[in-house]
Design a binder for this molecule. Sequence first.
Ligand code: ASP
Length: 444
Amino acid sequence: MLKVAKFGGSSLAGPEQFRQVKKIIEADPARMCVVVSAAGKRYKKDSKVTDLLYLTHAHISYGVSHEDIFSLIEQRYYEIRDVLGLKYDLESEFKRLRSELTSDIPVDYLVSRGEYLTARLMSEYLGYAFIDAAECIVFSYDGQIDYEKTYAVIAEKAARTPRFVMPGFYGAMPNGVIRVMTRGGSDITGAIVANALDADLYENWTDVSGILMADPKVVSNPNAIEYITYQELREMSYMGASVLHEESILPVKEKNIPLNIRNTLRPEDKGTMILENIPEGVASNRMITGIAGRKSYSVITIYQKHISNDTRIIRKTLEMLENYRVDVEHITLGVDSFNVVIPTSQVRDRIYDIISDIKSHVHPESIKMDDSIALIACVGRGMASVPGSSARLFGALGENNINIRMIAQGSEEISIIVGVDNRDFERTIRTLYEGFMSEETENK
Ligand code: ASP
């Protein structure tokens, strides 16, 4: 039995949290591979080391003194080391790093030191080997992770030192230059290690007891999800649920490795289990597993008679958006019109250019643009092939006088996305949560 345990920044914020991690690791000998983020916030108003490192870099590039911020970072690590009675030579590490703090220091390298030092201290504390991510998470020169090479290197290293700690969030290009992932990327590192070693379980330890059915800022005290499929989770993360990095799902899904979100402060809680298929009888038979959403989308509507027969117009419009590197979230097609939903933040400063490009290259009869749309996804494997699920959903919104501006359902029928006015966002989520979470699917 082999488990990969990834700990997020809040689980590594200070000496107390390190102690808790050690207890968790020692409670189960299968927890052989540990992936760590950089030390995070110890209390609400505290700062994450990663943010402080980004700030240090910004100070250096603007020529403003970075001394105060950098010494805050040093203190965080010295405190962990000294309180836990560790020996790691942080003095030399910081001396070298300080000598590198010039305008030439690459931001990715500097920022990666957060995870690097956290992993160094954790490896000594647990008595596990240290494996540097720079030696095994391989990036190609196009900035993408070379998964096959990465898996091979990790497997080879782990064969020599089966119990190890690895820093998350970064890797290196073949020339050794450090590259970081997008924020929260340690989740991806953990998933990669789990794939490379054919782990039995990937545990992702964080500060909540699992994924909640809805955003607690919108719904008070939402239930945690006990079981969710990878696919449902992908839909939820894509639409804004933010417990796991979206890209961390594919490496474990590929090998069908279960992923368990756990709470470091409450290790007795089962958390959320993410699987390819949920075994019969273990989970509740609710129609909806979770609700997620985002505000501030724009809809471009192109009018043209019989547009559904004219794929050229559709292709050309998408090509224009591609030229501007705008993400297309949804496309709906009617007889005489075609809607594209895009994030407002990506077009705000250049919408006039985009619209005039579409006009002059596509020549539609007319074109219209609407702002302030929120998209909300109701995600649930319980909806697939169950007649009446959408009727219930739309019925609940209708009864609450919420106007639906757009509807999309994926072909797998595990999510229904509704577009509503931004101002109806919270109300829609609450209505759906209240209307569905307590109901059980009748057809089951
Ligand atoms: N420390 C990095 C961040 O704050 C990466 C991570 O935690 O996964 O985004």
